[in-house]
Design a binder for this molecule. Sequence first.
Ligand code: OAD
Length: 245
Amino acid sequence: MIFPAELLSLLARTGKLVALTGAGVSQESGLRTFRDSQVGLWAQYKPEDLASPEAFARDPKLVWDWYAWRREAIKGARPNPGHYALVEIEKKKPQFILITQNVDGLHRMAGTHNLLELHGNIQRVRCSECGKFAETWDEDSETVPRCDHCDGLLRPDVVWFGESLPRDQLERAVEAARACDVYFSIGTSGVVQPAASLAHAAKKNGAVIVEINAEPTPLTPQADFSFHGRSGEILPALVKAAFNH
Ligand code: OAD
């Protein structure tokens, strides 16, 4: 794969790199992307109808089971070459900040340290009433497991539609996007706010926008460089061309 020389020299020169990733980076690890994740039993639901406080209030067991099903799928998943290429960038450029919308934990499993998880992590579970994190719970229970402190219902520690993002993670992400020279948008449809607006904050402050995605997105017209294909193939090739020649 041939990359523009202008992009390669910019990547070699600057340390101020930021990337935002979405479900597309984990697709090659065997996980379904968000807007493609409704199969079998779950085909009758839209993610928005399962990932919301209203859905949990209406039918907590349904929502709990959907997350249990996704957690089970993640159990066998391993990082792919795209995740590892992002670890390589961090090794070459220690200021590199990776922002992810994914809750699957694969970036950390691959070895990324400078990571902002905007939408939480599916492996963590907390009480929906008092907020206490639960270390263990009965996954096979007929009912939604309860908090050992206040008896409230347990829920995954992820951000649901209509909920605020973790404030410190979002603030640090906005700050990083505003300060970077190159902003990568990788494997995300770019339609969920506020993550989608980070690219615009970066662009407004003069960053070069690089998109790597299977298909064009609403960000594509704003991107300085767009590569359409699989991130597990494009990212390692880009890292090799920019840093390992
Ligand atoms: P989406 O499912 O909306 O988008 C995934 C994008 O990845 C699509 O544009 C695909 O074309 C692209 N894609 C698929 N396979 C790819 C591959 N191998 N390489 C590169 N790109 C690939 O997922 P997100 O953008 O992550 O939020 O969704 C954003 C948020 O919406 C999620 O975090 C979740 C969801 O509602 C919450 O739950 C709060």
